[in-house]
Write a protein that binds this ligand. Structure first.
Ligand code: ATP
Ligand code: MG
Length: 259
């Protein structure tokens, strides 16, 4: 049975999508079968994997996560590499947020689609939008674990984590999905030469000792570079420090889920 991991943080641009793609790829390179789900109307993960969502005029031809929310179709899974699969998203997802919000079954759309395929994978990673709204709640309802990437040089790193945890502890865990557990917090954009980053790191080490991954994802230009050419870091620069960071994170993740 897969570990199903929501990757969330209400703060934008903290490395959620980058982590979903590169942690997912690193796990697949270690021999795990991995499915990524783009659960964000921005569809950055879909673009980042160079998945082409086809249109004929205004009509979308490629099924996406939109159709799972809207019509309850089976997950439209595409093979994107060896042991590496993905479900694309599309920007029309934005327009149905209000509609989903009025549905009594609103928080179970992703869970209903993920449950039948979960036995076929080792890891399912769900990339969430920068919000704690209905899309993120759907991911959390479907998940066994959650992972919070947090941007180092941000004064608000701590509050981003606390907000996500409050939602999970007060609503998701109590009412919808009592089994969900933290997988960990990963510091991204880390630059140990800066005083702010060391201060944020010390704060998080003190407050989230158990949960903070030892691996730091450093601030490295190879990461936006890989994104720019729609490649994961391993296809773009396998020997880079950025690839090494994500490889180390994958090892820690695998250790934690085994424990
Ligand atoms: N460790 C890093 N070093 C340098 N740049 C990075 C790093 N991680 C991510 N980036 C860049 O920062 C930008 C934001 O990253 P990403 O899209 O992963 O964040 P996000 O949390 O998914 O954003 P959103 O909240 O909009 O979904 C991207 O352009 C990405 O290439
Ligand atoms: Mg993103």
């Amino acid at each position: 049975m897969a570990e199903i991991i929501s990757i969330l943080n209400r703060k934008g641009g903290v490395g959620k999508t980058t982590t979903a793609i590169n942690l997912g790829k690193a796990l697949s390179l270690d021999g795990y079968k991995v499915l990524l789900i783009d659960n964000d109307p921005q569809a950055n993960l879909t673009e980042g994997l160079d998945i082409e969502v086809e249109y004929e005029g205004n009509k979308r031809l490629t099924p996406t996560i939109f159709d799972v929310y809207k019509s309850g179709i089976a997950l439209p899974i595409l093979e994107v590499g060896q042991d590496f699969y993905a479900v694309p998203s599309s920007s029309d997802l934005d327009a149905i947020e209000l509609e989903i919000n009025t549905d009594f079954n609103r928080n179970f759309k992703i869970a209903e689609a993920v449950n039948p395929v979960a036995p076929h994978y080792d890891f399912i990673l769900i990339d969430c939008p920068p919000s704690l709204g209905v899309f993120t709640q759907n991911a959390l309802t479907a998940s066994t674990k959650y992972l919070i990437p947090t941007k180092c040089s941000s004064k608000f790193a701590h509050s981003g984590i606390s907000e996500a945890k409050a939602l999970i502890d007060n609503e998701v865990k109590r009412i919808i999905n009592p089994k969900i557990e933290p997988l960990g917090i990963v510091l991204t954009f880390y630059d140990k030469r800066t005083r702010v980053d060391r201060a944020v790191e010390a704060d998080l080490e003190e407050n989230f000792q158990q949960e903070l991954f030892k691996t730091r994802i450093k601030q490295l230009t190879k990461i936006p570079e890989a994104e720019y050419v729609s490649m994961d870091i391993f296809d773009h620069a396998a020997n880079s420090e950025a690839a090494a960071d994500y490889r180390a994170l994958a090892h820690e993740v695998a250790e934690r889920v085994k424990a």
